[in-house]
Every structure is written in structure tokens, then in C-alpha cells.
Design a protein around this ligand. Sequence first.
Ligand code: ATP
Length: 266
Amino acid sequence: PSSRREGFSSIPNVKWEDVGGLETLRSVFDRYIVRRIKYPEDYEDPGIKMATGFLLYGPPGCGKTLIAQAVANEAGANFIHIKGPEIMSKYVGESESNIRTLFTRARTCAPCVVFFDEVDAVTTHRGTEGGWVVERLVTQLLVELDKREGVYVIGATNRPEAIDKALIRPGRMEKLLCVTLPNEDERVSILKTLARKMTLDADVDLNAMGRSEGCANFSGADLYALMGEATMACLDERTNEREEAAAKGTDEPRSSFVGMPLTVKA
Ligand code: ATP
């Protein structure tokens, strides 16, 4: 489809194995989206309407985007990532038209997962000054949500209280799923996931690290930043060694460092 050529949608390269923790969420999406796209014949006439709209809510950096990408990847579906504020336009009628275009494109490249981040932005101003424009926008979004075929919508928000109730009625983003900060076990699982492609020093204990007080209340994004800091510390060390060798006039060819695995230390 043309939308693919434009690079507007594509199958993401995030897999389940790139996601740490979030097991419950994974099984929900497996049942409601992945299997449905992979084995459509099993779902042809279940005699009941099954959810195709979801709302992930919870603090930032806990894997909402990541899991939505993994869902599309596992299902072999196209993925469209849109942020609420991007849809908003100060010109009358343009925001509604943006929403229409978004869903037309999604239908063109179905099966498709639309990840609608910061979906609260579409609704928060309803009823306040200039609210009539926004109200039409909400109505347009509801119309589009009601006529989806092969299009799964995963909304995300850090402010569930700001979501318009009409958006979470049956047939719309009806399944509400909380994505909380990881607990100890989940932190360990995230660290192991992040370290999968890294070389770790023998005394790095990811179990202890994940369970440590220092990591309490860390989100997945915080753990990612921590691993980044550890990697940077190793690079600093390597630079120091390189410069010391050069200062000593050791006949150390620079190329000896090239291709040397970077080992993250405890
Ligand atoms: P926001 O609400 O700010 O959009 P989010 O919940 O969508 O945040 P992500 O964008 O999915 O969070 O996570 C940010 C980054 O943190 C990811 O790209 C990943 O590197 C890391 N991360 C977060 N959660 C996990 C997880 N469960 N497993 C592995 N990595 C994670």
C-alpha cells in the first residue's frame, strides 16, 4: 500500500524478547491482537464482539510504547505511532481531518496497530474555552473508532483521569490496562533484557542490582539510563588506558582497541 511507501507505517523491529516484565500485558495482547491477526480463521465468528481498542495508563518510561511495538511485530502488522498533540491544529477543521487521514491510512495498511500516545491531549480541553473545536475532534475520533476493520488501537496516557469517558466505552478503547513501575523481579527481568547484547564483567550481578534499594522506584527507562551510564564508565576507562599507553610511549597501536569487546563492570 502507498502508506507503506511513504514510510508512514511499518512493522517495528521490537520483539517480545526486548521487553522485560509486563508478562500479564503480553498475554492480554497475545490473545486479543496477535493470535487474531495470525490465525484469523479461528476468530471468524466467535458470536461475541471482542475488544480491539485498549488504553494503557501509568507513569512514563514503563514500556507502553515498547509493548505496542512488540505486539505489531509479533503479529506481523503495520504500526502507526501518533501523539495526541501532533493531531491538534489551531486551524478549524484541520484536527478532525488529521484524525480522518490517520484512520484512512490505518485501514489501507490493515492489519495495523495504531499506537495513540498522549491520547488525553485530544480531550482535556473539552468544554473549556474554544472547547467546541475540541468537542468536534472528540466526535471525529469516536466516529473513526467505531468504524475500524483490521485496525487495533492502543491508546496511552500518563493522565487517565483526563481521558474523555466516551473514549473508553465498549467498542472503543474499552480495555483499560495499567502499566505500573516494575517490582523487584520485573526490574531484574528488564536488566537482563537490556543486557542481552552486552558483554558483562563476571562479577556483575544483575539479580542483586535489580533488587537493590538503589533501584527502588526505577522505571524501565531509568534502568536503561543506568546501563547507559555503566557503559559510558567503561568507555571512560578504555580511553584512559589508551591515553596512558600513548603517554608512556608504549608501542601500543591504536588499532589494538578496535573490535575489543566492551565489558561492563560491576
Ligand atoms: P511514555 O509514557 O513517556 O511515553 P512509555 O511507558 O511509553 O513512556 P517506553 O517509551 O516504552 O515508555 O520506554 C522507554 C524506554 O525505556 C524503552 O525504549 C526501553 O529502552 C526502556 N524500557 C521501559 N520499559 C521497559 C521494559 N519493560 N523492558 C525493557 N525496556 C524497557
